[in-house]
Design a protein around this ligand. Structure first.
Ligand code: ZN
Length: 419
């Protein structure tokens, strides 16, 4: 038989065997993603031990050195390290959190920890968007670059898998960023989570709004419920609510009047807490009202706080202010055209013809702690044309979007590790 015939015979038999393969054959990266989703690392009692077993196996598969550290007992931080050819250069951090938020299983169409994949490729599980997808994309991108392509980069790359982001990061990233262990990583830039996008554009988060969770304990005169008591706790709470919710309406108008604005560009205020009173015919001497305020980072924080204090005076004074959360750092990461990190990121994005939309993150992530210690960080989760379902029922991600995300991260990491 002539060699050409032989070759075409081989090609034909390959084609035949390919045709026989079931259409549902799954990419091993998707299988790995689904395995990670099945670990119940759900608050308030996350199975971090199983995460560690899973991640150790991945470090071995990637041939990476790894270590586990804890700022608080039982809240592990797992780090894999790929040394660069110039270890003196600041490193690149790929960060993801291991925990996920609770579920109402009765509201889900599939078990939220089964990672069921529907025929169209939609994978349903808690953490598909927030943010086990990104964790596996980081791992798989490193697998391709290091194991398959045998690439080498100037900068060391650390992959960090951290606990407790979903409960505020106080026992995780907040303490980690000021630790000796973190400083030893010598991080020059961090990539962390973003959000899905229902449009084609993918948001690139370079800053976050400042969170104020503030309670006002209003003190006033008590008395009988049948009289006109002066200077009551209720009256003060009422005036304060008018001021704060009036400000809310102003911000809402600004937001609604300009289509180019995103939630991160305005300040939101919501009344989230009220308590007080003893019985129906008694005017109580105390009422507490609480607000969740998210302040856009272009705000002058000193002026904003002064405004709150002025409202307290106008409401009659004798009001205790209790901050349940108060984050005032306003550091933004550069998205200037001449910034070398941003340029590197955009070279990769352009290669994939991605539409990138730099934005302020409307809520909070661990990135705020990283930026606070002076390390630039982008929040980026490549999930476009996808319903935003983080923390929601029926959180899902399509496997094609997930796989495309790996391709994207391969180039982002390759560019940023060689800056
Ligand atoms: Zn998250």
């Amino acid at each position: 038989m002539a060699p050409t015939t032989k070759r075409s015979a081989v090609v034909a038999s390959e084609a035949e065997s390919l045709a026989k393969k079931p259409l549902t054959e799954e990419d091993p990266a998707v299988t790995l993603f689904r395995q990670y989703l099945r670990i119940k690392s759900v608050q308030p009692d996350p199975d971090y031990d199983s995460c560690l077993v899973f991640l150790r196996n991945q470090a071995q598969r990637l041939g990476l050195e790894h270590h586990t550290t804890e700022m608080v007992k039982g809240k592990p931080i797992f780090v894999m390290t790929w040394p660069g050819t110039d270890p003196s250069l600041p490193s690149l951090l790929l960060n993801s959190h291991t925990d996920v938020v609770p579920v109402y299983p009765e509201c889900w169409k599939h078990d939220p920890f089964e990672a069921v994949k529907e025929d169209n490729g939609d994978i349903y599980a808690r953490g598909t968007q927030d943010m086990k997808s990104v964790a596996i994309q980081h791992i798989e991108a490193i697998y391709r670059l290091k194991v398959l392509q045998k690439k080498k980069f100037k900068r060391t790359i650390h992959l960090c898998f951290i606990a407790d982001e979903e409960v505020g990061g106080h026992d995780g990233m907040e303490k980690y960023v000021v630790s000796k262990e973190f400083k030893e990583l010598n991080i020059g830039f961090a990539l962390d989570e973003g959000l899905a996008s229902e449009e084609n554009a993918i948001p690139l988060f370079y800053g976050e709004r400042n969170v104020f969770w503030v309670q006002f304990k209003c003190h006033g005169n008590p008395g009988h419920g049948s009289r006109f008591i002066e200077n009551t706790a209720g009256g003060k709470a009422h005036l304060l609510m008018n001021k704060l919710l009036g400000f809310r309406e102003e911000q809402k108008k600004i937001y609604e009047a300009d289509e180019s604005l995103n939630l991160g560009d305005v300040t939101t205020v919501n009344l989230t807490y009220m308590s007080g009173g003893v019985q129906m015919n008694v005017v109580p001497n105390e009422f507490t009202v609480g607000f969740d305020i998210r302040i856009t980072p272009t705000t002058n924080m000193a002026e904003f706080e002064a405004q709150i204090m002025k409202w307290i005076d106008e409401a009659g004074g004798d009001i205790d202010v209790i901050f349940k959360q108060k984050f005032t750092d306003q550091t933004l990461t550069s998205v200037a055209k001449d910034d070398p990190w941003y340029q590197a990121f955009m070279r990769a994005a352009n290669k994939h013809e991605l539409e990138i939309a730099p934005r302020i993150f409307p809520a909070g992530t661990d990135s705020r702690y990283i930026r606070e210690v002076g390390i630039p960080a982008f929040g980026f989760s490549p999930m476009n044309n996808t319903k935003v379902l983080l923390h929601d029922h029926n959180e899902y991600l399509n496997e094609k979007v997930f796989m495309t995300g790996i391709d994207i991260f391969v180039d982002i990491i390759a560019e940023m590790a060689d800056v």
